[in-house]
Design a protein around this ligand. Structure first.
Ligand code: ZN
Length: 810
């Protein structure tokens, strides 16, 4: 029986149907719980007995209601499984976690959670005797999360088989796992997407579209980028799991199960590729490698071919499901299995394997190497093959967690404890000074930190600090500022969020930039346009500490910021628009993440808008004051999805007719706002006197995979209202403009003439320096606004949101 706790995290879009599905979940839960009392010794039901098919068999798929239903049944029948709701999704579906362990551990879940909370907070452990007792009694907390990327669907189906096996197997190995670990199994961290993919798969089974990706984002706002949100917490799914992990359970090991393309290695696991992030403890990197090698050895013992380590994925970037744990002293594991066509098998020929593109650390899937000793030679590749590998890997990981339980707990505690000690090359604290104009943004920033368990203090008296290392140059920090000490258990998270990232210059043998796995820089206050300072020395620290007040919740901080309390966590931002423009946002069927993030910003800031479809463009239904094209390229916009693979209603893009209608819209007085890639399309089709100077540059000349750059802004221009002359913007393989007719096109912001890089990595910065980043031009009776960068990147760049708001005003 389970107490379904409701998370404080509220969905930004708590739809009525969403609420109903949650209520239905509760009612069903209680009813079936009652029934199970009547048959206390009911046999543990197999997935097949409940679903009517064996999960992961060819062409079967369980949707989210079937998966949650199965886990409820398991909860009722087994004393080794307890299911809890951890919140609701963006579209209002229940999110669940299944705790799986020995019956005794399940009975004492609360006790074990408290033990682990103490280990995560070394300050709360009084002495060595208490520590030894905690380690003696504690269990290794492991979390496995499935199918955050919903088209990587197999793990969500596999999760039912894994739970059933652990709940019913009686061998010594399973007993050891259950006695020594508590597994937090998350059948999917994106339930909305499981439903979207299951619905689409069933609808298209036996048609030309069988096994294709759905013609919509599988996360309402973020699509694939839902796994880029783990330090920003824009999405309810990320908020719910972050709370479960870093406020409640503090897992020592987190395993995030993914799939990749079809023609590479069969399975990629750690150790990872270079570069490592210097803020990740070397011990964590070693432990990550150890778990990966255990998985690899177990797979090899079962004669599974095509397993690769040390390739493609690095540990540089912070924001992924498995990388955020590193900054909480936890071991984050990622696996990537080769995909089938959703749940339909595929045939992978030798030719396809030969033609596979080389990846970092792996030349070819048919080349033997130390990190890939047993090649897979091609053949039929089935969902059940993927599931088998993921099951072996999961068991391998759990076996490690069980066998070395005391070591995992001790290391976890010791890492946290070491973080409490000051180091010479680290500041003592970061300070967000009082008196900044964007109070709501500061509130959001502080809430993001608090939610991750970062300790924040409110200053009740003035303070003097030095802003640079080894300089006794004290500056006064005003009352009402916020202070984040570096020396807390999750020190590395604090440093990684506040510091500027310095990505190493990594070139391949041809002198070309080596592509990192994700972005190179993310410094959060910079992205959000928040002024902050590092405090290297604090005057009279001991005395000053007594005057600090710990920030217990966001509303305490909001009162300091003179803001009204928020009723829900991550409450909406006030609508910044002074006028009431009719806004149309182009929504292609190609699942544009950039479009999704734009929608998220509008919904968060309560800005009304309409989505505009390909059909609307073709029919000229463009009755708006402003239309936004997010960062999509010409091919995507004009041609869209292929009619060979997709039904006519989703295929074909806006077409040539749509382009003509868009021209008419601007000529007759409309405003067109383009982000990044879509500018290219506009410049070409509207024949604008603007050129992207980065076009055609080789990767040995210019490269910037995702960094924060400095803009010089014409602050007098209405488009730059509420912005300062220097603003940080996000550049991710973006553009830089040269204007050939300055009488027609106005430059509103430029990349800085020098030292444009603020955080991350740029190869060939000179190509960027002084070039236009934001331009505006008249066209007929209308206007076109060209953003060379993405002003709303992943919903993180609060610093440049005002550009969008200003551009939208009538
Ligand atoms: Zn994935």
């Amino acid at each position: 029986m389970s107490n379904s706790l409701k998370s404080k995290a509220q969905s930004p879009k708590s739809t009525i149907s969403g609420r109903w599905s949650v209520i239905r979940f509760f009612v069903l839960f209680c009813l079936t719980a009652y029934c199970s009392l009547l048959s206390a010794y009911a046999q543990t039901p197999s997935p097949k007995s409940i679903l009517g098919f064996q999960p992961t068999d060819d062409k079967t798929i369980a949707d989210w209601s079937q998966i949650t239903n199965y886990f409820q049944k398991l909860d009722q029948a087994s004393d080794k499984v307890k299911v809890r709701q951890i919140g609701v999704t963006t579209l209002g579906k229940p999110m669940i976690v299944a705790f799986i362990s020995s019956a005794d551990n399940i009975k004492n879940l609360d006790k074990h959670r408290q033990i682990n909370q103490k280990l995560a907070n070394p300050n709360s452990v009084k002495n060595a005797a208490e520590l030894e007792n905690l380690i003696k009694q504690g269990k290794t907390i492991v979390s496995i999360s499935c199918s955050i990327h919903s088209t990587e669907i197999v793990a969500s189906q596999m999760s039912m088989n894994l739970a059933y096996e652990l709940a019913t197997a009686n061998d010594e190995n399973t007993k050891e796992i259950l006695n020594n670990t508590i597994l937090l199994l998350i059948p999917s961290s994106n339930p909305d997407g499981i439903q979207i993919v299951a619905d689409w798969y069933r609808k298209t089974l036996g048609t030309k579209s069988e096994g294709s990706s759905p013609p919509e984002l599988y996360h309402h706002y973020a699509g694939h980028d839902n796994n880029r949100d783990w330090f920003m917490l824009n999405l309810p799914e990320t908020q719910n799991i972050t709370k479960l992990y870093w406020q409640e359970w503090f897992p020592q090991i987190v395993y995030d199960v993914h799939q990749m393309g079809q023609t590479g290695a069969r399975f990629v696991i750690p150790p990872f590729f270079d570069p490592p992030n210097p803020r990740i403890s070397p011990l964590i990197l070693r432990e990550v490698g150890l778990v990966g090698y255990k998985m690899a050895a177990d797979l090899q013992a079962e004669n599974i071919a095509g397993v690769a380590t040390n390739t493609t994925f690095d540990t540089w970037w912070h924001g992924g499901f498995r990388s955020a744990p590193y900054f909480h002293n936890s071991i984050g594991i990622l696996s990537e299995a080769a995909s089938a066509d959703l749940m339909s098998p595929v045939t992978i020929t030798q030719e396809k394997l030969k033609a596979a593109r080389p990846s970092r650390g792996l030349n070819s899937p048919i080349e033997t190497a130390t990190n890939h000793p047993d090649i897979w030679n091609g053949g039929i590749w089935r969902p059940a093959d993927i599931a088998q590998i993921e099951m072996i890997a999961s068991r391998g990981l759990l076996e490690m967690a069980a066998k070395f339980r005391p070591r995992y707990l001790r290391n976890f505690y010791e890492l946290g404890k070491a973080n409490l000690e000051p180091k010479k090359d680290e500041p003592q604290a970061f300070i967000v000074p009082a008196g900044q104009p964007a109070a709501e943004t500061i509130s959001r920033f502080l809430e993001i930190l608090l939610w991750q368990g970062v300790e924040i203090h409110q200053m009740t008296r003035e303070l003097e600090v030095t802003r640079e290392n080894n300089k006794a140059d004290f500056h006064e920090i005003p009352l009402g500022s916020f202070l984040v000490f570096v020396n807390q258990a999750q020190k590395n998270n604090v440093l990684s969020l506040f510091e500027k990232q310095v990505y190493p210059q990594r070139l391949n043998a041809n002198g070309e930039a080596e592509v990192p796995y994700d972005v190179a820089g993310w410094t959060l206050p910079l992205q959000m346009g928040i002024d902050y300072t590092a405090a290297w020395q604090i005057k009279d620290l001991a005395q000053f500490k007594n005057s600090l007040k710990k920030v217990e919740n966001i509303n305490q901080a909001r009162s300091v910021l003179n803001l009204n309390p928020n009723k829900t966590a991550f409450g909406k931002m006030p609508n910044p628009l002074k006028t009431n423009p009719k806004i149309g946002l182009y929504k292609p069927f190609t699942s544009s993440m950039d479009e999704g993030w734009t929608r998220l910003v509008f919904d968060n800031f309560q800005i009304p808008f309409s989505s505009v479809s390909d059909a609307d463009f073709r029919a000229g239904k463009l009755n708006f004051d402003a239309i936004i094209l997010s960062a999509d390229n010409e091919n995507t916009i004009v041609k869209g999805l292929s009619a060979e693979r997709y039904p006519a209603e989703f295929a074909g893009g806006i077409g040539e007719q749509g382009v003509e209608n868009l021209k008419k819209f601007v000529e007759s007085g409309g405003k067109l706002i383009c982000f990044d890639d879509s500018c290219e399309f506009l410049i070409k089709r509207f024949n604008l006197p603007v050129k992207n100077v980065l076009n055609g540059l080789k990767r040995s000349e210019f490269y910037n995979p995702g960094s924060i750059v400095r803009l010089k802004v014409d602050a007098k221009n209405p488009l730059a209202k509420n912005l300062t002359e220097e603003t940080a913007a996000y550049f991710i393989n973006s553009s830089a403009f040269e204007i050939s007719d300055k009488s027609k096109v106005k430059s509103i912001a430029k990349y800085a003439d020098k030292d444009a890089l603020l955080s991350g990595w740029i190869l060939g910065e000179k190509y960027l320096n002084g070039k236009t980043a934001l331009a505006e031009t008249a066209y007929g009776k209308g206007k076109i606004v060209l953003f060379a960068f993405r002003p709303q990147h992943r919903g993180q760049t609060y610093a440049t949101f005002p550009f969008i708001f200003n551009a939208l005003e009538k």
